[in-house]
Write a protein that binds this ligand. Sequence first.
Ligand code: MN
Ligand code: MN
Length: 490
Amino acid sequence: MKVGIIKNSWFERGKEMADEKSQLDLLRDKLTYSRTNCWNLFNSDRIMSFADDYKKILTAGKTEREYAMIAEEMLVANGYQKLPDTGNAYPTSLLQKKYYRSIKGKGVIAFFGGRRPLSEGVNLVASHIDSPRLDIKQNPLYEDSGFAFLDTHYYGGIKTYQWMNIPLALHGKIVRKDGTEVAISIGESALDPVFVISDILPHLARDYKSKTVGEVFKNEALDVIIGSLPIEFNEKEKEAVKLNMLKILHEKYQITEEDFLSAELEIVPRGEALDVGFDRSMILGYGHDDRICAYTSLKALLDMTEPPELSSCVLLLDKEEIGSEGNTGAKTKAIEEFFEDLIAVSGENIRLSKVFAKSACLSADVSAALDPHFKDAFEEKNAPYFHKGIVLSKYTGAGGKSGSSDASAEFVGKIRRLFNEQNVKFQTAELGKVDVGGGGTVAKYFGERGMEVIDAGPALLSMHAPYEICAKDDLYETYRAYSAFLAHHK
Ligand code: MN
Ligand code: MN
């Protein structure tokens, strides 16, 4: 729109504006359908190639263990070294130092030393690398009506029916009786078999229409078919199919039924992340929640060429989907241990609580994009949309913000100014309409440590479904947002 000359009379100016608007209307009628988005702000080749790299990592890292391993490989390839234990350390400047530490193989903490001392605080980006899935039980194997099954216990928030009748893969680790370990990944290669949970045909599903979803679909019934042939084709043998499965497993992995007792096996959707749409503007994949934030934050850290003012820290955590519990979730004291060791290495005379109190954290997690077919669940003014950039959520929680870490106006204002200065496209949102549900993130655990914290991550469609959907420009914008925060927040 052109800049009009200010007229003496409000009436004349008003008339001119009305003329401009009607011309604009004509133009809009002619050229639309369009809406503002961040796709065109940047080179779309860059967005596409960034998305291709992300798709490869998303496909390769389907469990927290696999993802943590990939992250460590990326860190080592970029010159990061294991943070020494305090006992071996002698004080040294942290400037430009690149350190990382594994959190029991299921999480990673990475650190890049800035120009200022730890006592002035650290910028952290914290995401999680566990995703909703079906875990194999400790005593999982049984046979029924000629089929062999593995019984599962779901992990995180799932909609039961979404896991039925789709190709499933088995990932994880088994520790044998003698302590030796075997890593498992079956179902991802085109040559591999897959696993499946059967569903009833519509012809015999009349009940489904009158019953509630909870009555029809039982999580206890999520048992995965793993085979159907009896051993040596001998149908008289009791549990001959189960025995055949054990024979195959023993031949291939040298395990017995008892070895399931000390195993962590996860059933996840099979297959690679794929482009969605004629325009290839979106990605369908398992575990965007929250590996999209894990990937973009780690990439932002690794791509930093100059040391930042304040030191940078990226955390990839486990167990967020079940409340950030245990020794690998956001509540773990492994985070304190890492920073205590950093303080020891730096030789600074400062208490850990002081470092945390000066620090700022982006709780890097996804939010739920407005779904046009389920608008009732959203409040449209405060719902996030695809192609509008990273989503800042001042608070999450359920009911009256219960379980939420509510970011202060001051901190939101600071992040808002930072993103504006760095030309990062962002939107603000909350999770659905008031009282339709709710959820939380790791934000509150960093708030409890005394840090300023706000939730920041891209919006997804079909969040927590076996295959979730993200927009490629939002993915790229999330990377730019984390880069801007790590490099420039102070
Ligand atoms: Mn999440
Ligand atoms: Mn989640």
